[in-house]
Write a protein that binds this ligand. Sequence first.
Ligand code: KG4
Ligand code: ZN
Length: 349
Amino acid sequence: MLTLGIESSCDETSVALVEDGRRILSNVVSSQVVMHAAYGGVVPELAARQHLERLPGVTDLALKEAGRTLDQVALVAVTRGPGLVGALLVGVGFARGLATEIGRPVVGVSHLDGHLHSAFLGAAEPVLPMLVLLVSGGHTEMVLVTSPGEYMVLGRTLDDAAGEAFDKVARLLGLPYPGGPEVERQAAQVEVAEALTRFPLPAIRTEGLNFSFSGIKTAVRYRLERLDAGERGDPGLVASAAAAFQHRAIEHLVKKLVLAFDQVRPQSVAIAGGVAGSRALRLAAGAALHPEGGRRDRQGRQLPSPVVLAIPPASLCTDNAAMIAAAGHHLWLRGGGSSLEVDAGLRLG
Ligand code: KG4
Ligand code: ZN
């Protein structure tokens, strides 16, 4: 069954063709990042207008790359939220028109459900129950997936999303948007221990499986405001600040991931969303869940590790339509998804 997915919730215009909810035939992403970077963040009206202009061409390209024609498409899947209202309306309107033209059904998909499904697009069959750390620019949630489309949200951020914190700290450091990759690039230039000495930041603490990022972001701001003259002239300051922040943010994410794993003991663990593109996060999560010699408690007793730690390739972690097609396919199989109502604040579960 061939699904055509459409994603337009934020600043990527994307169309994909996916076979049986698993096999990607094409996944074209036309990013507006360069355009929005000039404004230091996403401008909603510009995003909507760009989606409108780009969707027809991106669709043609996706079909061409897949070597398929529109009449071979069995289902259209489109993001209906969460995201920017205008951008979502453009995508849903386009999907409706396309589905009517070819006489096929169309399903409205949650963008977050899409991110969770990026873990289902790999080569191996997903092993359920699966614990997913969903970390994007707008969301940070710990989710237990018991079957495709069946979720339990175990924890979420109490304030900023992880990616949002990376973007805000990048802006404080004078780095361009989107901040995550820039912070990671800067951070790679220094050792963490040295960075924390030059730019001390406390570890983040929250109750249970919830997250918080606004305190650490404020700590970066205060520290920058109180630099002495010598520190201000230090050419390595930005790299140290980036490395210290990245270390604390990732330490927080990984600590909660391990805590959740020990509480629910799922078969597998996945990390999804734009922040999962972080190499530093991938390495830290891998080292925490699959350390050399296995996991041990303080008494040296062996602790279990997940059977599989799945982190999709970076191209499937950031916004793309293949994950929307995968989510739409599974939603359709379950007989759901008739709503095409745009919901900017749509939540999981
Ligand atoms: O999932 P996504 O493409 O869009 C949303 O649905 O929000 O995620 C984008 C977010 C941005 O905040 C970006 O800064 C962050 O993911 N990001 C990263 C990295 N790459 C992207 N954050 C930290 N480290 C990275 N390497
Ligand atoms: Zn996203």
